[in-house]
Design a protein around this ligand. Structure first.
Ligand code: FAD
Length: 507
C-alpha cells in the first residue's frame, strides 16, 4: 500500500487510534495512521529517557488495570507479539502521616490484613469477591457501546441493582458507608481523583469503584520495558496486517465533499484520500471546530463544543533515584502505586483548591514505582519514580514561574512520608500542563481525561448527545479517542468500539 491510497486514515496514534487501526487492518482494510509527533508514536502511552541515560520513564499512562481484562486487549492478544506484564505484591498503598495505611493487593487475604481495621479488611475482601464474580459482565455493560441492553440482562437484575446502589452516590459517601477507619475510607475516593472526580461529586463512586476494584483483579499491571512496549506491540500487529504509520504527519484538515469525509490534508499541504472512512483519535472540539470546515457541523453542536468542559491540568515529576524510596510505611515499599491524602476531607479540600484555581500546598499525589516491579527501567540498583498531581490548567503569572517551586512542594510531601527521599534524587524532570499539551494536542490545558469525566459527561453525553456512538455529524467520519465513551484510560475500548461502527457502515 502506498501512503496515497488507504481505505481508512486514522488521525493520531494514541492507544485508541492504534486499537482502531489494528481492528480495521485485521479485517482487510488498508489503514494509514498519521501521527503529528515526529519522534514517537503512542500519544500518552509511551516511554522516554526523561532524566538520565538508562532511566526509562513513562510519559503518560503508567499503570494498566485493564491490561488483561479489556475486551480490546483480549481480542488483540498483544502478548502474542512479545508484550509481557508484571505486578507488585501490593497494587496501591494509602499511607498517612499518623502512620495509618490501607493497601490493595490482588491476593485478597493479604489485602484484608492491610486494609485499616480487621472489620474493614473483611468488608473489602467481600466487595472484591463480589466484583470478581461480575467483572466480565460489568465490563460488557460499561465498556461496550452505550446503551448495551444485552449486557445489562447478562449482568442480571440483582447484581445490576447492587452496582447501581453503589454507583449512585459520591465516592466519599460510599467509602463512609462501607468502612469505619479513615485509612480504609480514603482508598476509593483517592483513586477517583486520578481524573479529579472528587469525594463529594455526584456519582463519583462509579469511577472510584471501577479504578479501585480493578486493582484487586488485574491490578495496576506494568509492561516490562515501559509503556512504549504496549504501543510498539500494537504497531507490530498493525504492520503484520498491512497497515502503516507515518510520524511527523499532522493533519490540518479533514476533506469533506458531498457531506462525506473523503480524506485529509496534512500541514505541509499533502492531500491523502481515504476510500472508506476517516477515524480521528483527536479531541472532539479539535475535530469539529478546527479540522472540519464548520459549515458542515450543525450550529447547536458548534455552540456546545465552544463551551466544552475540560478536566483540570496535570503536573508530573519523574525522578532518577540512587535507591528505593524509604517509605516509613513498609507496605508502600512493595506497592506499585502510592497515593497521598490524609483522609476523605483532605482529598475534598484538595479537589476544592484545584477547582478554585489554587496550587495546593498539600497536594494529593499518584506516585508510581515502576522499577520496584520492572528492574529494566533503571540501571543497577537505581530506581525511577513517577508522580503526578492535578492542578489548575493555568496559573499566574505562568507555569514556568511555578514549575520548580511546585516540584519542590511535591518532593516535600513525599519526604514527609519517606524521610531521606530527597537525598536519593539524582535528577528530576518536571512536566507542566502546557508541556503536556505541546507534545500531544489532545491533552488540552494538561487535561489527561479527554474532557471532564464527571457524570454529566458520560454515556449518552460523551462527547455530546446524540453523537455518543463514535459517528460524527459528517458521513464516514468517526471519533475514536478518549473523548468518547467509555472515556479516559488505556483500555482501547474507544478505538475498538469506533472500529466496530466503521466496519458496520463500510463493509
Ligand atoms: C500524565 C498522564 C498519566 C496517565 N496515567 C494513566 C494510567 O496510569 N493508566 C491509564 O490507563 N491511563 C492513564 N492516563 C490516560 C491515558 O493515557 C489516556 O486516556 C489515553 O492515552 C488516551 O488515548 P487516546 O488514544 O484517546 O489519545 P492520546 O493517547 O492522547 O493520543 C492522541 C494522539 O493523537 C495525535 N494527534 C492529535 N491530533 C492530531 C492531528 N491533528 N494530526 C495527527 N496526530 C494528531 C497526538 O499527537 C497523540 O499522539 C494518563 C494520561 C496522562 C497524560
Amino acid at each position: 500500500m502506498s501512503d496515497r491510497d488507504p481505505d481508512v486514515v486514522v488521525i493520531g496514534s494514541g492507544p485508541n487510534g492504534l486499537v482502531a487501526a489494528c481492528m480495521l487492518a485485521r479485517r482487510g482494510l488498508r489503514v494509514l495512521v498519521l501521527e503529528a509527533n515526529s519522534r514517537r508514536p503512542g500519544g500518552a502511552l509511551g516511554s522516554e529517557e526523561l532524566t538520565l541515560p538508562g532511566f526509562v520513564h513513562d510519559v503518560g499512562a503508567g499503570f494498566f488495570p485493564f491490561a488483561k481484562s479489556s475486551p480490546a486487549f483480549i481480542d488483540l492478544n498483544l502478548e502474542s507479539v512479545g508484550l509481557s506484564w508484571d505486578n507488585a505484591r501490593f497494587e496501591s498503598c494509602h499511607p498517612a502521616l499518623d502512620g495509618s495505611y490501607a493497601a490493595i493487593s490482588r491476593d485478597l487475604e493479604l489485602s484484608a490484613k492491610h486494609f485499616g481495621t480487621p472489620r474493614d479488611g473483611e468488608r473489602w475482601r467481600k466487595l472484591c469477591e463480589f466484583h470478581a464474580s461480575i467483572e466480565e459482565r460489568l465490563f460488557g455493560l460499561l465498556l461496550r457501546p452505550f446503551p448495551a441492553l444485552r449486557p445489562l440482562f447478562q449482568l442480571g437484575l440483582l447484581d445490576a441493582a447492587r452496582v447501581l446502589g453503589m454507583f449512585a452516590v459520591s465516592s466519599g459517601a460510599l467509602a463512609r458507608r462501607l468502612f469505619e477507619s479513615p485509612a480504609a475510607q480514603r482508598v476509593l475516593p483517592s483513586v477517583a481523583l486520578h481524573v479529579l472526580i472528587g469525594p463529594e461529586d455526584w456519582f463519583s463512586a462509579g469511577l472510584a469503584y471501577m479504578l479501585g476494584l480493578t486493582a484487586s483483579t488485574g491490578g495496576y499491571a506494568v509492561p516490562i520495558g515501559g509503556a512504549q512496549r504496549i504501543t510498539d506491540s500494537m504497531l507490530t500487529l498493525l504492520e503484520r496486517h498491512g497497515g502503516r504509520l507515518r510520524l511527523g504527519a499532522r493533519v490540518a484538515r479533514v476533506v469533506v465533499k458531498n457531506r462525506r469525509a473523503q480524506g485529509v490534508i496534512l500541514e505541509d499541504g499533502t492531500e491523502i484520500a481515504a476510500g472508506r472512512a476517516v477515524v480521528a483519535d483527536t479531541g472532539a472540539p479539535a475535530l469539529l471546530l478546527d479540522l472540519v470546515d464548520r459549515a458542515h457541523v450543525p450550529p447547536s453542536i458548534l455552540r456546545r463544543l465552544k463551551r466544552f468542559d475540560y478536566g483540570p491540568g496535570t503536573f508530573k515529576v519523574d525522578w532518577a533515584l540512587a535507591g528505593p524510596v524509604p517509605w516509613s510505611c513498609d507496605v508502600a515499599r512493595d506497592s506499585a502505586v502510592v497515593h497521598t491524602g490524609e483522609d476523605v476531607s483532605d482529598l475534598a479540600r484538595f479537589t476544592r483548591e484545584v477547582r478554585q484555581g489554587l496550587l495546593p500546598e498539600q497536594p494529593y499525589l499518584v506516585i508510581g514505582q515502576h522499577s520496584v516491579i520492572d528492574s529494566s527501567r533503571a540501571p543497577g540498583n537505581r530506581q525511577t519514580l513517577y508522580c503526578y498531581s492535578r492542578v489548575p490548567s493555568r496559573v499566574t503569572p505562568s507555569w514556568d514561574a511555578h514549575r520548580e517551586r511546585y516540584a519542590d512542594t511535591i518532593e516535600a510531601r513525599i519526604e514527609a512520608l519517606a524521610p531521606g527521599f530527597q537525598k536519593l534524587v539524582l535528577a528530576r524532570r518536571v512536566t507542566t500542563p502546557p508541556d503536556l499539551e505541546a507534545t500531544n494536542e489532545n491533552l488540552v490545558g494538561g487535561d489527561l481525561g479527554g474532557g471532564s469525566n464527571a457524570w454529566n459527561h458520560q454515556l449518552l453525553f460523551r462527547p455530546f448527545f446524540p453523537y455518543f456512538r463514535h459517528r460524527m455529524p459528517i458521513e464516514r467520519l468517526y471519533l475514536a479517542s478518549s473523548y468518547t465513551h467509555p472515556g479516559a484510560g488505556v483500555h482501547g475500548m474507544c478505538g475498538y468500539n469506533a472500529a466496530a461502527m466503521v466496519l458496520r457502515d463500510v463493509t
